[in-house]
Design a protein around this ligand. Sequence first.
Ligand SMILES: *Cc1c(COP(=O)(O)O)cnc(C)c1O
Length: 456
Amino acid sequence: MTEEDLLAEADRRAASYLRDAARRRPFPDARALAGLALFDEPLPSKGRGGADTLALFDGAGSPATVASNGPRYFGFVLGASLPAASAIDRMVLAWDQCASSHDTSPVSAAVEKVAAHWILEILDLPRESGVGFGTSATTGTITCLSAARRTLLARAGWDFDRDGLAGSPGIRIALSATAHISVRKAVRLLGFGNARVIEIPTDDGGRVDPARLPALDDRTIVCLQAGEVNTGAFDPFEAVIPVAKAAGAWVHVDGAFGLWARASNRRALTAGIDAADSWTTDGHKWLNTPYDCAVAICRDRDAMAQAMNSDAAYFSAAADSQKNMTMEFSRRPRGVSIWAALRSLGRDGVAALIERHCDYAAYLGRRLLEEGFDVVNSVCINQVLVRCADDVETLAVREAVLDSGRTWFSPTSWQGRPAFRLSISSWRTEMADIEMLIEALIDARQSVMTAAKTMS
Ligand SMILES: *Cc1c(COP(=O)(O)O)cnc(C)c1O
């Protein structure tokens, strides 16, 4: 097969996969999972060729996918993939650019520069900020916290790049007690030690309590969040950030999905967030770009560029080249997906996407309350946290819904008790899908109650 034929065949298969997106089981059934055994073959000595490899990948792989790119998947906050962003990604694959700098790919550098400008505009963050397009909010957090630590140590007269951590004046980290695990991972990788993290107590929505802030100073990094992973709640930025800044602390905000509320009529939830020093968000969650696409933003562009610099004698580039703003050296132009999403949707389209999901979540929360479910959170964006009459029923109802194959959502534990999270983040989801979800939950609870009666 020629390269052109092979790519056309991949596109044909991909289109056929997407045509079934709405009908696809949210989680593969046992038969599809058993089919994965077809991948268990020895490493071939003689190459099997592209067409055969593609056929196996699609034939055994497609049925075993999780349909998070469909309308009826409410697990985690995975988001689907916008057609425009996926189409542009196809071009990116064809180009195969190493988007380290202008020298390796002028077009990538130019488009990512626009994307950087637009992201600051649509999220209304300080326009002078540095922007790095990386693989995830996790690496974005590592990037921002690296800049933070290096900057605070420099202010204390310590050269972190030369002398490292050992013997340094020391930096403390204060995290929301409900901080996302990836923030804790970033802190761990950076060598702070989980046991030394200062936890900021939170209220019953998972927001940090401004009345119970620890003592802050100019050697403390404070991590807040926009969009708690269970409740969707936002920390009270207006009450906390000015206090932290007055003490000389660095404030970082994890807004992996929640930061997008700022681009919608839910913007008030983020009031005061622009006073922070750094922010992370994902493209691949609520903005519905393909993976792996995320953004690290740092008010002090130079601090970011110095912390992440990777210039070498054989390859140096502008201070704000993407290789000098992210973890990666060789990289795909990940900001292109952001550019494609923002350009194809426009400011209004992004707002409409976010607002529609928030409206669906509000409706879903109201209807489930009416139906006698326990809606645990105050629904403020796209997250609905639910329990049933008791813990046993909560777990059983989720199992019964999953068994029905109609939809999928993730379990969690909130304040020590089981619950399930319903997240709305796919551009394909429509009101009919929300009604289906409500029906599936009611039916599942009915079957669980019937089974319990039969048993007793
Ligand atoms: C998903 C998530 C992260 C991590 O983002 P990745 O892109 O998966 O690394 C961080 N914080 C919150 C609140 C999240 O939901």
